[in-house]
Design a protein around this ligand. Sequence first.
Ligand SMILES: [Zn+2]
Length: 241
Amino acid sequence: MDIELLKEISSSIGGKNAPPIVDILFDKRNVNEFIIAKKLGLTINQARNILYKLSDDGLVSSTRKKDKKKGWYTYFWTFNIDRALLLLQKGLRNEIEQLEHQLKSREIKRFYICKICNTEITEENALLNDFACPECGEIYEMNDNKKAVAEISSAIKKAAKKLEEVENEITFIEGKKLKKHEREKKKQEKDKVARRKLSNEKRKRSRMASLKKAHAGKNSKKIQAAKLKKKTPKNKTKSKK
Ligand SMILES: [Zn+2]
């Protein structure tokens, strides 16, 4: 993972103090905000302000813990690489789209420049100003589109390369997640089988136990009945007589 890309998106969202936060949070989870502030050399409120800005776009997320004695909350922060990659992807796609639009207009439109002010305008606007710069009066010259086309093309190439890198990383992370999910599913399945086996055994054992008990009960009844029988014959013979 190219950490520079993560810093780039963080800086565009959280400002110039945001990139060092990526260094602090990268590959860690739930980092104490006081440690972040200390490492940044900022006050806790300054650090929080940057973290809140980043969290508005989902780049970081937090859990909080209440200090039981003091009664205040401390926040613990995690950098969300998935979210950063998606934002980068979206931004780069937009950038490429805009550059391609510019490239197209270079192919069909003419542009003029004022060499004094170093400004460029479309042919329509140059015409409106009678081909003279309204700022300095210099006559506009037609700009060389080739140079602009080359610049835009190289910018597109650069953005496309970055986009490819970002998308490879997204695919890699998704693959890793899928594997983890499959591992968890397998483990769940295994646990389920083990639980079922255990509960079957338990049921069997308790059935055996109750059978034994019932058997023992019957036996004791038999014994009692036998005892009674021993007494009854005398009575019976007496009653018969
Ligand atoms: Zn000018």
